[in-house]
Design a protein around this ligand. Structure first.
Ligand SMILES: [Zn+2]
Length: 615
């Protein structure tokens, strides 16, 4: 036990944590020790059963064992990196698969055993014998189709143990990521970064042991933000001892070493709901969303429940140039008409217009190359109806009326044009913890000193020109309105726990207040009412027949990509009305002008997923 407590000291908060361990965690320590003992007993029992006592675990190391450790050939079963769980404690990383591992042998099994074994390994006896003879160190048997380690079912495990063949063992290998492509870019990836490890100050490592230079560390996302906490464990390894000529010493047999601390590695609990995340990923795949993002926030506290970015990335095979690993949910895009929510708030707050003030929309605005999306115009239309029907004429006029300062200040008050993700200047000794890696702040106007004349303000007011907003900010804008104007800081991580499950620290929800203040509850409630009208009688009528009463705002932004005129479509909103549970933003990028509004359709199907989840 003393070893674990010493191991906490590099934290820099050692004294604090030690008192926690002493005063509050005695019960957990005893429980953890019991669990660890139980696991060791089961593992020992299993290995002895399968290997007739030739195999064993190695906890403390005697001098002769240390000598053997100098000369060994091993395979890593688990790098000992901490894992992520979802908001229910379900594993997001670190799936355990049982896989057959071949050890070097001087004698192959007899012919009959060999053919049975080959059948289990889904190969031929000849191929097995050929590959086995070449093995110089423990090697997982690979699935010939996928090239991944072959995964054994429980019946395979039983069949292998009945064979009683020497030199092959089914052992648990920890796979960090679910194989294949994923839209969970917020999770990030790990990669070998020897320079990072060389540059680490000794106190910047929580590990009890020196970090190997080939250790994989976080390259992006939560893997990077929480790397310090994740690289706190020790690897589990299966190995064979070799003699001076590097031949395996079969009398010693294969061995397993593993961590001996019940506390490390640490586990990170996220705010993500695994079911919802998977369902939304599937939705974006089935609807053939090529580029874009979906963000789902818990209205109660702004927690990220699901966050999907298209195209998907493969966390096991990162192509840095390809950019699929980059999270579009936190990259700033042209918002189009969803930005009218900010302009409406600015106009209401400054009393630049009364909701019932009448405007005339003729289609063409007559200046600044501006026109309404409705070519023939909306005719006489009020400010309120202008929001509900997304009339550009009304909002261009409001933009001219407002000052640039009013527009920018209101945006900041609503969490736009600045980063909002959960962050702390210092957390458990780690400086500048930002939960949302790569989060962009976006902009309202262009670079400082640029012209802010009425034309610029009119274009800004319809969400064009230099306005940029992330899907995360867009979804959080809805949460802000539902909280009477208080901006919450979206979280991805809620807790850090010890390996034994006891709590190390919570990362409690907090606000992302602006020094420029906040909008009034009255304005927030007015806009929430207007968002409902968008669905009942405005541009979101497609959502009228949903099982939930929905509310929101659509947007279509004109962008130029690779010299091509394209549209980015948005829908932001929440459901169900009256008892709001989830707020969401859907961004569909690079659609041909005139294409149907896929973002509204996706929002409908997204709310279906969420409604079924709560049913
Ligand atoms: Zn209009």
């Amino acid at each position: 036990m003393s070893q674990e407590i010493i191991g906490l000291e590099p934290l820099g908060k050692g004294a604090y944590l030690m008192s926690l361990v002493h005063k509050k965690r005695i019960f957990y320590i005893m429980l953890a020790l019991t669990v660890v003992l139980l696991i060791l007993m089961i593992r020992l029992g299993y290995l002895q059963f399968t290997a007739n006592g030739n195999y064993g675990t190695q906890g403390g190391h005697s001098v002769s064992e240390m000598a053997v450790r100098q000369r060994r050939k091993g395979i890593e079963l688990d790098p000992g990196r901490g894992q992520f769980t979802d908001n229910q404690g379900r594993k997001l990383t670190g799936k355990v698969i049982w896989t057959p591992i071949l050890f070097p042998v001087s004698l192959m099994p007899e012919k009959r055993d060999m053919s049975r074994l080959a059948a289990l390994l889904q190969t031929t006896p000849d191929k097995l014998a050929r590959e086995w003879a070449d093995i110089k160190q423990p090697t997982p048997w690979q699935d010939s189709e996928s090239g991944e380690p072959l995964q054994f079912s429980p019946s395979n495990l039983v069949a292998l143990s009945h064979l009683k063949v020497r030199g092959i063992e089914a052992l648990p290998i920890v796979k960090r990521y679910t194989p294949g492509f994923s839209g969970s870019q917020w999770l990030g990836y790990v990669s070998e970064q020897p320079d990072t490890i060389k540059g680490l100050h000794p106190t910047r490592s929580m590990s009890l042991h020196p970090l190997p230079l080939n250790l994989k560390v976080g390259g992006a996302g939560l893997e990077r933000t929480f790397d310090y906490f994740l690289r706190s464990g020790e690897a589990t390894e299966a190995y064979v001892a070799v003699d001076g000529n590097k031949r395996p010493i079969e009398q010693i047999g294969a061995r397993i070493t593993g961590p001996d601390s019940p506390y490390f590695p640490l586990q990170i609990k996220t705010t993500i709901n695994k079911d919802i995340q998977r369902s939304v990923e599937k939705l974006t795949e089935q609807s053939k969303l090529a580029e874009g993002a979906v963000v789902v926030l818990d209205v109660k506290n702004g927690d990220v429940v699901a966050m999907v970015s298209r195209p998907f990335y493969d966390p096991e095979h990162i192509d840095l140039q390809g950019g699929q690993w980059s999270n579009r949910a936190v990259k700033a895009s042209v918002p189009g008409s969803i930005f009218k929510t900010v302009i409406a708030a600015a106009a209401l707050e400054s009393k630049a217009a009364d909701p019932q003030e009448q405007f005339i929309c003729k289609g063409d605005y007559g200046k600044y190359h501006l026109s309404c999306w409705k070519p023939e115009g909306h005719g006489p239309i009020t400010f309120e109806q202008g929001y509900v029907n997304s009339c550009n004429t009304v909002f261009a006029a409001l933009g001219e009326r407002l000052t640039a300062f009013q527009i920018e200040e209101t945006a900041h008050r609503m969490g736009i044009g600045r980063s909002i993700g959960w962050q702390e200047k210092e957390f458990l000794g780690v400086p500048d913890i930002k939960q949302i890696d790569q989060e962009e702040a976006g902009t309202v106007f262009g670079t400082k000193g640029a012209s802010l004349d009425s034309g610029v303000r009119a274009q800004t007011a319809i969400g064009q020109r230099d306005v940029l907003m992330t899907p995360l900010q867009a979804a959080n804008l809805v949460v802000t309105l539902l909280h009477d104007g208080t901006v919450l800081a979206p979280r991805l991580v809620s807790e850090i726990r010890y390996a034994n499950g006891s709590l190390l620290a919570t990362l409690p929800p907090h606000t992302a207040a602006s020094p420029e203040g906040r909008i009034s509850p009255r304005t927030a409630r007015t806009l929430i009412g207007w968002m409902r009208e968008v669905v009942t009688e405005g541009t979101g009528r497609l959502l009228r027949d949903h099982v939930w009463e929905l509310a929101g705002k659509s947007g279509t932004a004109q962008v130029i990509r690779n010299g091509q005129k394209l549209n980015d479509q948005w829908f932001i909103g929440y459901g169900p009305v009256g008892k709001p549970k989830y707020a969401a933003a859907v961004l569909v990028q690079s659609k041909k002008p005139g294409a149907k509004h896929q973002a509204t359709e996706l929002f409908y199907e997204l709310m279906d997923i969420l409604a079924k989840k709560l049913a």
